[in-house]
Design a protein around this ligand. Structure first.
Ligand code: SAH
Ligand code: SF4
Ligand code: F3S
Length: 474
């Protein structure tokens, strides 16, 4: 699978191997019933599942990773590409096979597919009991209780206000070191290929004080890194009525960074049109704001960018890249790229390849275009690039990025980095795994004086296209 070939979890688009993450049982003092939840899609969905867990916790449910002991089975879904929806449909078939023998089990669909398909999901997938959109999770206890009437339940109302600001997420499958904090919901951008504005509704920002409080609580519990999440974090804007002043994303970054110098701050996703100098200077100013920006380009061709309604052209994007390196010289940048968008020519494709080299991305998340029903591109443009050409271009983009990632990792050899230790290496319990501020994964031997959650100074001795290897130096 191309997107995972280039490794490590990207915060907005969780890699394939982590899709469908099932959460471990979490005890709740008053829990009498069990729910099982699988999450697909981006980090926003994974973060929402933690909000759902919290809401269900107050309704007498605790999480289980064993589907056979669950009273309630939920799947938090994604609609971004056709394949994402196909994966969920297969899972629903599987749930339904269990439901045939366990008649009391409730099956609910949450998230973006619920919002996109609404009632038709209940009609198509006959064994689904409940369809709940991303802004309706507070209604879950009521919907579950209403099921006893024998009627299927649906709430897919989108809201202009809901941010779940007051809900303290139950951390599922946590490593105890890194956590997501959702800072806003929805998206107002209307990129022509994208389904998100339809599945998530209008953009709205969460109360800044509740965000800072959540970061503080996490730090107090031993967490060392928070990732502030939104589809377009740079347009975060919240009116503090007590002071009659607006909190911008740059202000928010600073507020979270000041929780503690030992709490790392990451954020995703930035939109090139909205990330401004104030944000860049704030990143430069605070040691604990990670020097890493995920800045999706989507295409290197100005003509395609216009058709995508991305509101910047290739030159403008390049000048943004220049500005980032000017203000934060040590910054690393990654991106998302789509190949084979409507009418894309070989020249357009070459421009995307050239953009990878220009920007010096440490990694990219690369996709072939998948037409989504109801989007502006589906209504007004023709999906005229054959699957074969889309995939060939995708392989070329992947290869170009692979070479570049290898070269950039090689340049890190012989350098020291501050690494936050996130856990043991997946391959050996004699090695640990952590990340640098610029979002590179580092593997190094276990050291008696260092534990998970500590910062270590690591000297890089070797690298692959995906990983740095090193040793702790004291
Ligand atoms: N809000 C973020 C990303 C949202 S979705 C942003 O604006 O960058 C994550 C990525 O999925 C997008 O950046 C895009 O590269 C990809 N994507 C979205 N819709 C797609 C589609 N219809 N086909 C293929 N890839 C798509
Ligand atoms: Fe989709 Fe564009 Fe919004 Fe990102 S910014 S979620 S790509 S519409
Ligand atoms: Fe995220 Fe997929 Fe929805 S990428 S916002 S879960 S469509």
């Amino acid at each position: 699978m191309p997107t995972e070939e280039l490794q490590r979890p990207h915060i907005i688009d969780i890699p394939e191997e982590q899709q469908g993450a099932v959460y471990e049982a979490i005890g709740h003092p008053t829990a009498t019933k069990r729910f099982y939840i699988e999450s697909y899609g981006c980090a926003m969905n994974f973060s929402d599942s933690e909000i759902v867990a919290s809401i269900l916790g107050t309704d007498g449910y605790s999480a289980t990773s064993d589907i056979y002991e669950a009273d309630l089975v939920l799947v938090n879904t994604c609609s971004i590409r056709e394949k994402a929806e196909d994966t969920v449909r297969k899972r629903l078939e599987y749930f339904n096979s269990i439901k045939r023998t366990n008649k009391g089990m409730i099956v609910g669909v949450l998230g973006c597919m619920a919002e996109r398909l609404k009632k038709s999901l209940l009609e198509q997938e006959k064994l689904v009991d409940m369809v709940v959109g991303p802004d309706a999770y507070r209604d879950l206890p009521k919907l579950i209780s209403n099921l006893s009437s024998g009627d299927k339940q649906i709430n897919v109302l989108l809201s202009r206000e809901e941010t779940y600001a007051d809900i303290s997420p139950v951390r599922l499958e946590s490593n105890g070191v890194t956590a997501y904090i959702s800072i806003m919901r929805g998206c107002d951008n209307m990129c022509s290929f994208c389904v998100v504005p339809y599945t998530r509704g209008r953009e709205r920002s969460r109360d800044a004080h509740t965000i800072v409080k959540e970061a503080q609580d996490l730090f107090d519990k031993g967490y060392k890194e928070v990732t502030l999440l939104g589809q377009n974090v740079d347009s975060y804007k919240w009116l503090d009525t007590s002071k009659n002043s607006v909190v911008t994303f740059a202000n928010l970054l600073a507020m979270v960074a000041e929780v503690d110098p030992l709490l790392r701050v990451r954020f995703s996703t930035s939109h090139p049109k909205d990330i401004d100098d104030e944000v860049l200077y704030t990143i430069a100013k605070y040691h604990n704001i990670c020097k890493y920006i995920h800045l999706p380009v989507q295409s290197g061709s100005s003509r395609i960018l216009e058709l995508m309604n991305r509101s910047y052209d290739a030159d403008w994007y390049r000048s943004k890249i220049d500005r980032i390196y000017e203000i934060i010289p040590e910054c690393s940048i990654s991106c998302d790229i789509i190949t084979g968008f409507c009418s894309e020519t070989e020249e357009d494709h070459q421009e995307s390849l050239a953009m990878i080299d220009y920007a010096g991305y440490i990694l990219s998340y690369m996709f072939s275009y998948s037409e989504r029903p109801g989007t502006p591109a589906a209504r007004k443009l023709t999906d005229d690039i054959s699957l074969e050409v889309k995939n060939r271009r995708l392989s070329e983009v992947i290869e170009r990025q692979r070479i570049l990632s290898g070269q950039l990792n090689k340049k890190d050899e012989g350098k020291n980095f501050e690494v936050l230790i996130e856990g043991l290496s997946k391959k050996s319990d004699k090695q640990m795994r952590g990340k640098t501020s610029h979002n590179k994964v580092v593997i190094f031997d276990v050291h008696p004086e260092y534990k998970i959650g500590d910062y270590a100074n690591v000297y890089i001795t070797s690298s692959t296209t995906a990983t740095l290897f090193g040793t702790i130096i004291q």
